[in-house]
Design a protein around this ligand. Sequence first.
Ligand SMILES: [Zn+2]
Length: 82
Amino acid sequence: MIFTPFESQTSGRRLLLKLSPEDKQKWDSKPRRSHMQMEVTDQTTGRRLVVRSASCGAGCYCAAEVVREIPTGSTEALHYHD
Ligand SMILES: [Zn+2]
């Protein structure tokens, strides 16, 4: 499952991530709101990233952007806006 969020909130560059079907389904099932965010894991590198929905420029939030990266080995629990 290919996922291409913007690499940061101020960057026009996109990352190329490979998500598990579970992460992709979770993302797709969330409502597209400005503050929707979740954690995803890149299956290629094992990086864990917090991403959130972002404006695609056409008035909706179907795009995604990286909020931050979770350090490797971190066991922190995240709170999601649902
Ligand atoms: Zn859109």
